[in-house]
Design a protein around this ligand. Structure first.
Ligand SMILES: [Zn+2]
Length: 164
């Protein structure tokens, strides 16, 4: 389903935050967002899935980049491998990511379109993210934090999250 960036933008404003401060805010309370070089690696390997990354925010939320921690890189890459392989080999329609982010502690991978099989891959990846540390990728002692921002972290990374 298509989500507009305007909703996202107004949400931030509604909470008293300017969009320019969003990344500083998230970094402070939730940890770092995915490193630019890792994001670029995904964009280079799967240019068709991430075609919307260069579009303006009036057209897509993909302009924000991959809005998760580094720890979910492998999960997102595995999902892209499956999706693109199926598109190229089994005559599925090319899908494009419209927003990739963390919400309520788990991965959200929104696309412009998906059929049942593609939707199944995405649901599976989103469900797996609940047991993978968003910060370091470990699946050891992973839990969700309580509080205003729910975060999925291993016990070591959980210690580093600053309290709201
Ligand atoms: Zn961790």
């Amino acid at each position: 389903m298509r989500k507009t960036c305007r909703d996202f933008y107004f949400n931030i404003l509604g909470r008293g935050f300017d969009s320019r401060h969003l990344h500083h805010y998230k970094k402070k309370y939730k940890g770092d967002i995915m490193k630019k070089e890792l994001q670029e690696k995904l964009f280079k390997k799967y240019p068709k899935i991430f075609r919307q990354r260069t579009l303006p925010m009036t057209e897509t939320c993909m302009c924000w980049g991959i809005d998760t921690g580094d720890g979910w890189y492998n999960l997102i890459e595995t999902l892209c491998i499956l999706l693109q392989w199926d598109i190229d080999n089994n005559e599925h329609k090319q899908i494009e990511a419209t927003q990739v982010k963390e919400k309520y502690g788990t991965l959200r991978f929104y696309t412009d379109y998906n059929d049942d099989k593609q939707s199944g891959y995405i649901d599976f990846a989103e469900a797996l993210s609940a047991n993978i540390c968003e910060e370091c990728g470990s699946n050891k002692d992973v839990t969700q934090s309580n509080g205003a921002w729910i975060s999925t972290r291993c016990s070591e990374c959980m210690k580093k999250i600053k309290k709201f």
